[in-house]
Design a protein around this ligand. Structure first.
Ligand SMILES: CC(C)(COP(=O)(O)OP(=O)(O)OC[C@H]1O[C@@H](n2cnc3c(N)ncnc32)[C@H](O)[C@@H]1OP(=O)(O)O)[C@@H](O)C(=O)NCCC(=O)NCCS
Length: 342
């Protein structure tokens, strides 16, 4: 059983190097019969390969796919045969470290299409394979070619709008998963996993290999690698600590039915039904006063010792400044109205 397959249409620079690839219908664990067709029609020799394919090969491939009963993929191959942009057929026999840009794009698509969960796909070394590009209203442009393209557009009476300069494009230019609202599409990168029922407001952000399991209101930042459980809300401007830039090596997650208050932050994973007071940032070494139901101190522990525990309320005592943790009596109910139109 192979790991993944996709027919992609992409962009190459003037040197013929891949800049990005759009896979409309990637497949996870494609059957052997499909891979056999790739072997015969496209001379696929096994292993992980991104094959540049020409129109006549695609027509042959489409016929073979149709015979196999893979109607949707056959239609896609037929359309791709008419593409003005380069076409790639990518087969990943195994989930090894990617070795080309089309392979990385296929992996990121798998996550955003909700075919694979964050952390379930090997993404080491992807930064080296993702070129930093100008993402424009006319598609991806190699930065070395940008001034020429800008000039050409002006000469032709147009303006080339550069929407971002980044290694990752915005997810919604590639896939809009079912049942989501994303107020500012630039804030969700390809490779994000946006669960059904999630609303991402303008201040919300979701990095690659990160996301939400289901219904959530996201007004804060979900850093790379962070997963938010069903029914949990991230308040305005709050922060979940990532592991990419000096954030430590604990993978942060948030359980179900939690609330991170506005401008709060966490450097430890939370269990279910936890609340962090607005404005309180808990790092893993933060010393915490554990309080009983009478607000009497039971012990002082480090926040990391509370990692993953359920039913906790974290707050900063407004009189003493000490960080306190109590049993969270009122697990936050999501505001039904807020989520009614997801
Ligand atoms: C931490 C939080 C959940 C506490 O809310 P709560 O459980 O409703 O608590 P209350 O405000 O009813 O207060 C309960 C008691 O604790 C006290 N208290 C609350 N916060 C306190 C603090 N930081 N320090 C000391 N005492 C505090 C209250 O004064 C009250 O005392 P009392 O029993 O003597 O009357 C709330 O302050 C909060 O930060 N919510 C996040 C909201 C948010 O940001 N949403 C996202 C919007 S985008």
């Amino acid at each position: 059983m192979s790991f993944a397959f996709g027919i992609g249409i992409g962009t190459q620079n003037n040197q013929g190097e891949w800049l990005e690839v759009y896979y409309q219908q990637p497949i996870m664990t494609p059957g052997k019969d499909l891979i056999d067709v790739v072997e015969t029609a496209l001379d696929y020799k096994g292993g992980n390969q991104a094959m540049d394919v020409k129109a006549e090969q695609l027509t042959r491939f489409a016929n073979a796919l149709r015979q196999l009963g893979q109607t949707d993929q056959a239609k896609l191959a037929e359309k791709a045969a008419e593409s003005k942009r380069p076409v790639v057929v990518t087969v990943l026999a195994t989930d090894d470290t990617a070795s080309s840009t089309p392979e990385v794009y296929l992996k990121l698509h798998l996550i955003s299409h909700r075919l694979a969960k964050p952390h379930s796909v090997k993404l080491d070394g992807i930064f080296g394979l993702l070129p930093n590009l100008a993402w424009t209203n006319e598609g991806a442009v190699d930065l070395n070619e940008l001034p020429e393209r800008q000039l050409q557009a002006r000469i032709e009476g147009r303006t080339l709008e550069v929407k971002s300069v980044d290694k990752f494009p915005q997810m919604t230019d590639y896939v809009v998963p079912k049942g989501v609202r994303i107020a500012d599409t630039a804030r969700v990168r390809l490779g994000a996993y946006v669960g059904e029922g999630t609303t991402v407001m303008h201040e919300g952000f979701i990095n690659f290999n990160a996301g939400t399991e289901g219904t959530s209101m996201i007004e804060g930042r979900i850093s790379a690698g962070v997963m938010i459980g069903k029914g949990s809300d991230l308040g305005g401007g709050c922060s979940t600590m990532g592991t990419l830039s000096g954030g430590g090596n604990i993978i942060i997650s948030v359980g179900e039915n939690c609330l991170l208050g506005a401008n709060a932050g966490i450097g430890i994973p939370l269990g279910d039904r936890c609340t962090v007071e607005a404005g309180l940032y808990i790092t893993s070494g933060t010393k915490v006063n554990l309080l009983d139901d009478n607000n009497e101190q039971v012990e002082v522990i480090k926040a990391r010792d509370l990692a993953g525990k359920n039913d906790l309320l974290f707050r900063r005592n407004s009189l003493t400044g000490a960080v306190e943790c109590k049993t969270n009596k009122s697990a936050i109910e999501l505001n039904e109205e807020l989520h009614a139109n997801n």
